[in-house]
Design a protein around this ligand. Structure first.
Ligand SMILES: [Zn+2]
Length: 340
């Protein structure tokens, strides 16, 4: 069980400052030392906003994952960018992101870069809040890799990535990380049409050897591409199989779904701690502390305070920083007002 009732936490990402986004379009003009300084300044800003809000758990805001080379795909051998089907114009959707072809064995000889991110966060964050690291789950990570070559389908790609993610998590624990989130939103998005037993088996092998060594959490949202969901937004298909995930805390998107199926949090709360999305990252209505308190009281009907954490629905990277900042501040105020 979690150490603080109605703990306040976040999902990994935080909006980039405008200057960082501008700089990512001109990276070739910067030297490696400039980029390191830039990333560090951005993490300082993200940490500042989260600490000022008073959160119990913070992240580095994923300020490092700027471009292909610095994202997870940049750490993988055996892939090449593939823009054969990329759409360049029109309303935002995933087909604007591009994919990767697999051209060899999938390997990550330098890991996925999350340990270096965690080391930086440790160096820059003040004492107090728990420092959480986020790794992509192998199934979600496989989503932008086109099966081919050695790997016939998405599940074979997933199997190749699974030990890479597991190794990264072990390395994080060895670096002193006490809380790790595995982002597996593809599992929640596709639970309605895929074999959920298979998902759980993949998940449990991804976290093998970690039980008791760090607090393991997972983020299961219904997608957020430039503020748009992509999933079939129901918890029903995840039940009961997802209750067998070996995880200390499950995070579930609720605010943007107007707290639909709230009662389905009860079976989750019997199996694990539940972090509920009480802040809508896709809406520019700024929840007041009173809104947050009311939402928390609703959740308490199904999840006891000692099992309940609150968070935004998803990472805040697609929400303007002025709104992200105020939403987090109000979330913490609301949670503190309800805490027993
Ligand atoms: Zn998400």
């Amino acid at each position: 069980m979690q150490p603080i009732p109605i703990r306040t936490t976040v999902i990994g990402s935080y909006p980039f400052p405008g200057w960082l986004e501008f700089s990512t379009r001109h990276l070739s003009e910067f030297g490696p030392a400039d980029i390191e300084e830039m990333v560090e300044d951005a993490v300082v800003a993200a940490v500042h906003d989260q600490v000022t809000a008073g959160l119990d758990v913070i992240t580095d805001g994923e300020q490092t994952r700027l471009d292909f080379n610095l994202s997870f795909y940049g750490f993988l051998d055996g892939i090449e960018p593939n823009h054969a089907e990329t759409r360049r114009f029109g309303p935002p959707a995933h087909d604007q992101r591009g994919r990767h072809s697999i051209v060899g064995e999938l390997r990550a000889p330098r890991g996925l870069g999350v340990v270096a991110e965690f080391e930086r966060l440790k160096r820059l964050a003040p004492a107090g809040p728990v420092l959480k690291a986020s790794v992509p789950g192998p199934y979600t990570l496989s989503g932008r890799l086109l099966p081919g070559g050695l790997y016939r389908d998405r599940f074979e790609v997933t199997e190749a990535l699974l030990p890479i993610v597991n190794r990264e998590m072990h390395a994080l624990v060895e670096a002193g990380c006490t809380e790790i989130a595995i982002d597996e939103p593809s599992m929640s998005c596709y639970a309605y049409k895929e074999d959920t037993r298979r998902f759980v088996d993949i998940f449990n092998r991804t976290v093998e050897g970690l039980a008791g060594r760090a607090r393991i959490t997972t983020h299961l949202c219904f997608g957020n591409f430039k503020g748009r969901p992509v999933g079939y937004r129901s918890l029903q298909p995840m039940l009961p199989d997802f209750l067998d995930m070996r995880v200390d805390e499950v995070h579930i998107e609720m605010a943007n779904r107007e707290f639909a199926e709230l009662e389905l949090l009860a079976p989750f709360a019997e199996a694990m701690d539940v972090a509920v999305g009480v802040i809508d990252v896709k809406n520019y209505y700024i929840e007041t502390p009173e809104d947050v308190a009311e939402r928390i009281r609703k959740c308490l009907r199904y999840v006891p305070a000692e099992r309940l954490a609150v968070a935004p629905d998803c990472g805040l990277s697609q929400t303007a920083r002025w709104a992200a900042r105020r939403k987090l501040q109000h979330m913490v105020k609301g949670a503190q007002s309800v805490r027993p």
